[in-house]
Design a protein around this ligand. Structure first.
Ligand code: SAH
Length: 414
């Protein structure tokens, strides 16, 4: 993505109301609700576009995608949200004692090394903000100290709250510097009395500060996971599962990708970079077989679990590097009719793309969270026998400068 400054320049030259397409069919319109305002956007920095109204943001994102991808074909109007606030189903808060002695929960600010309080964050779920505030109050009444990185003392480092948008169930993860379940259990008990929507509370032990979550954990309440439903399939979410954070737009994204694949029930589909198997499992009803490949072994276990949860018989998931998997598949002459790709921001490497071309599926559906690397990868594919049929930008992350795209590529020669 471009910087805010370059975005403004692009916006000025291309802003048109007709460039946007608001997703009202899949979401209750909440326009009657007041538009929330963020008072800490400059200090926090997570929402790079919060100074633009939402229509301008969408036009800006449309312009970014058009600039990068129009050489491959027509770019459809971006699909935005009817109510682009409080859309995140995962909220993370760092807990610290401020200079004045008050307890604060918020985001780390690298320039000052301090924490910016995000009590009213307008992209986090409102209930998650409320739960974080209540945990803070309970920490005070139970005399539980926040972690202090200066002297390595104190217990609670972070709070993570995850929500199942389909069921309204919540999971709370207390990330702590040591395993003090006895100290935390009374707090957990009071928290669930106050919030009966919380179905599980997990104690995660993180002794070093580098990553947010540590490896050791134990449920303080409930079984350590919640379940969500996306496009009619059930998915298990545990503290560490990768799961798209905007449930409303994820349904739009997956539905678009699967529509583009135009499955008839006869196809063998590869879901590359499959995460916990979401796209593949949703596509599996319309395919003969779905093969998923994913580098993260925990995500592959979740994908298998999710497959069992949905009683899916025609899916198989492999734990492997996608490029190595593709190379081997190409070498042994494996056949896929459709390859769906959803790589991280870095996109696909040359090895992957070369193997994809030699596997030669008739359709490639590319889901991308980075239009720059998408543009690079499409360039390779259009010079190796494919053409772009459809390009659809989707706003998964309102107020930030990120934009997602789905592209349908079809093979033009064999
Ligand atoms: N399709 C999933 C996940 C997309 S995120 C969803 O919509 O939820 C991208 C995924 O690619 C992550 O799960 C990440 O672990 C995985 N990944 C990253 N590098 C990879 C590689 N080299 N080979 C296979 N998977 C990889």
């Amino acid at each position: 993505m471009g910087t805010k400054q370059s975005g403004k320049q692009i916006y000025k030259s291309t802003s048109k109301k007709s460039d946007i397409n608001i997703n009202q069919t899949r979401q209750k319109s909440q326009k009657s609700v007041n538009t929330p305002v963020c008072t800490v956007s400059k200090k926090c920095g997570a929402c790079q576009l919060s100074n633009m109204d939402y229509t301008r943001q969408l036009n800006y994102k449309q312009a970014v995608v058009v600039k990068l991808l129009r050489r491959f074909g027509h770019v459809n109007k971006i699909i935005g949200m009817a109510y682009p606030y409080h859309y995140r189903n995962k909220a993370q808060y760092t807990v610290r004692k401020a200079g004045n002695g008050n307890l604060i929960t918020g985001v780390y600010q690298s320039s000052t090394g301090g924490i910016v309080a995000t009590d009213d964050c307008f992209i986090n779920d409102g209930k998650a903000n409320e739960i974080a505030r209540d945990i803070r109050k309970l920490m005070i009444s139970h005399k539980i100290s926040p972690f202090n990185p200066q002297n390595d003392r104190g217990l609670i480092r972070h709070i993570m709250v995850r929500k199942s948008s389909a069921t309204g169930d919540y999971m709370v993860v207390l990330v702590c510097s040591s395993n003090e379940s006895k100290i935390l259990s009374p707090l957990a008990e009071e928290l669930i009395k106050k919030h009966n929507e919380i179905k599980t509370i997990v104690l995660n032990v993180n002794k070093s500060s580098k990553m947010m979550l540590g490896s050791l954990e134990q449920p303080l309440y409930g079984n350590g996971f919640i379940e969500d439903i996306l496009c009619g399939k059930r998915f298990r979410i545990s503290s560490k599962s990768f799961y798209q954070v905007n449930s409303v737009q994820t349904e739009v994204l997956y539905t678009t990708a699967i529509e583009y694949a135009n499955l008839t029930g006869k196809e063998r589909v590869l879901d590359a970079y499959c995460g916990v198997g979401t796209i593949g499992l949703i596509a599996s009803d319309k395919a003969k077989q779905v093969v998923g490949v994913e580098l993260n072994s925990a995500a592959v276990l979740d994908a298998k679990e999710n497959s069992a949860l949905n009683n899916t018989q025609n899916t198989v998931f492999y734990n492997a590097d996608a490029a190595a998997f593709m190379r081997e598949a190409a070498e042994v002459g494996d056949k896929f009719d459709v390859v769906m790709i959803d790589p991280p921001r870095a996109g696909c490497n040359r090895d992957f793309l070369q193997s994809l071309v030699s596997l030669s599926p008739s359709k490639v559906v590319y889901v991308s969270c980075n239009p720059q690397t998408l543009s690079r990868d499409l360039y390779f594919l259009v010079h190796n026998g494919y053409k772009a049929e459809k390009i659809q930008p989707i706003d998964m992350f309102p107020h930030t400068n990120h934009v997602e795209c789905v592209v349908l590529m079809s093979r033009v020669k064999k």
